[in-house]
Write a protein that binds this ligand. Sequence first.
Ligand code: FES
Ligand code: FES
Length: 162
Amino acid sequence: MNQHARTISLTVNGHAVTAAVAPRTHLADFLREQRLLTGTHLGCEHGVCGACTILIDGEPARSCITYAVACDGRSVTTVEGLDADPLAAELRDAFSAEHGLQCGFCTPGMLVAARDVVQRLPDADDAAVRVAMSGNLCRCTGYVGIVNAIRRVLDARKPRPE
Ligand code: FES
Ligand code: FES
């Protein structure tokens, strides 16, 4: 460990964590290498692809451009922390049903971002979903299955007419 390592205390997936991190360590490396939470993927490592999307205090963030030391006192949730989340479960089922993944590399970030979109934009049409998800790149699917999966969850949550 770097002699300039700093001790941080944060919550990761509901668990209190205290750890020493080098100031330059980004949150994704901290999660993957020190917490062994490898569900957070690294693609571009410069804030473009969205593969590393996690939640900080409930808001989506790119863990590759967030310093771990900046998360002192914060609450971080990775895709593993959404295992028991009902909305994440709906989205996982919908991604499977609608072929919203192929290699799956983008999928953890897609699920985290999609969950935020469903919560924030319950009336989104497909065009709005595409705009809202435009910070997450997928090299396999062509996006149709991903949009259809989110559409399926949005539609299922709409109140049904009497
Ligand atoms: S790995 Fe973080 S945005 Fe691409
Ligand atoms: S499923 Fe392969 S990158 Fe999206």
